[in-house]
Write a protein that binds this ligand. Structure first.
Ligand code: G3I
Length: 336
């Protein structure tokens, strides 16, 4: 009985520490050229799983905190700021000579309750203070910020977020100007979900980006998240990205993943690999595509199963950190 308990204890400890890193058949990132390869980072795994950390350190040149810099995580109660996860991510990146993509400064999602409950006349001041506080803390250390995330509904109208209600359309411009003042050297991005295909949302995003550029608002780039499934990439993705680049903006793919119905068959894993290859090809085809970030690199830590029940397996490595067909096809598409 005693022996069994010990064995059980060992197994539990191993689970918490995650699988060890296995030898992967190549390097996604070779620190060559200026197109960065990145991943979202799960703070729990970063703290507890050595195998996860090893892959993270070796395979990527830019890191995005998956949740650690979201407002609800940073400041759950007004004035009580918890920098732990964000500091950890930035320190890890510095230790491994990686860039950080700060994400997101202003987003309707994962807001603390006290922000949602703000009287509208207070919103502008609180938004500005938040941006200043976060950007100044990491000034010179976080190279790129998703300043504004997901401002549009699918029909191209503005989302009725607390920022929109409190400040009207001008909140986007206000956020970019505030971020530029807080760190004049950071690259400032507008990031959107589901705007890969030409259509109402993408057109609204384009009109906004063009207007900001035309009026000298400090925006450096536009991010396309790239959450896909086996329907594949929408037609016209590359041309759509190109029209934003033609405005004189950098572009990036910021959250690529490809969700599968579970359990996934071998054929579906191969089909997934083809979708990932297409995503890489879009970024490689557009010279101003500065970075390609995956929304997690192992199925062990991916947002899909929790938010899309019945789906999963959306990343490049399986739950044991072993390469899936997608990993090899991304390597090939990158020319490795
Ligand atoms: O931190 C709490 C934890 O204390 C609690 O025990 C647990 C119980 O469910 O919840 C934890 O918070 C969860 C958090 O992820 C951390 O795991 C939230 O409930 C959950 O909603 C949150 O999901 C995140 C989601 O954004 C929220 O909208 C995903 O991890 C994250 O991948 C996802 O990322 C977004 C990008 O930021 C923007 N683009 C879309 C993308 C996917 O939704």
């Amino acid at each position: 009985m005693a022996v069994l308990l010990v064995v059980g204890g060992l197994r539990q400890a191993k689970e918490e520490r995650g699988p060890g890193a296995v030898a992967l058949p190549g390097m996604l990132d070779e620190r060559a050229g200026d197109r960065l390869i990145g991943t979202a980072v799960d703070d729990g795994a970063l703290q507890r799983e050595p195998g996860y950390r090893e892959v993270l350190a070796r395979q990527f040149s830019t890191l995005t905190p998956e949740n650690a810099m979201k407002w609800a995580v940073l400041e759950p109660e007004r004035g009580r700021v918890e920098w732990g996860g964000a500091d950890r991510l930035v320190a890890f990146a510095e230790e491994h000579d990686q860039e950080v993509r700060g994400h997101p400064l202003v987003w309707f999602g994962q807001l603390p309750g006290w922000v949602e409950a703000l009287p509208e006349p207070e919103v502008q001041q609180v938004m500005r203070e938040h941006i200043r506080q976060v950007v100044e803390r990491y000034r010179g250390r976080v190279r790129t910020w998703d300043v504004v995330n997901e401002p549009f509904e699918d029909d191209g109208s503005r989302r009725r977020s607390i920022f929109q209600r409190g400040m009207g359309d001008g909140w986007v411009e206000d956020a970019f100007r505030t971020a530029r003042t807080a760190d004049p050297d950071a690259k400032l991005y507008l990031n959107e979900i589901g705007a890969e295909a030409p259509g109402p949302k993408s057109d609204a995003l384009y009109a906004l980006a063009r207007d900001l550029r035309a009026r000298g608002v400090p925006i450096d780039g536009v991010g396309f998240q790239g959450h896909f499934n086996l329907e594949g990439m929408p037609r016209g993705f590359r041309q759509n990205v190109e029209r934003f680049a033609a405005l004189g903006l950098d572009v990036a793919i910021t959250e690529a993943d490809v969700a599968l119905e579970m359990p996934a068959s071998e054929g579906e894993l191969r089909a997934q690999a083809a979708v990932f290859r297409g995503v890489v090809e879009v970024c490689r085809a557009v010279p101003r595509c500065r970075s390609l970030t995956f929304w997690g690199f192992t199925d062990r830590h991916s947002w899909i199963p929790a938010t899309q029940p019945g789906r999963g397996a959306a990343t490049l490595l399986d739950e044991e950190l072993r390469p899936k067909p997608a990993f090899r096809s991304v390597l090939r598409a990158l020319g490795r």
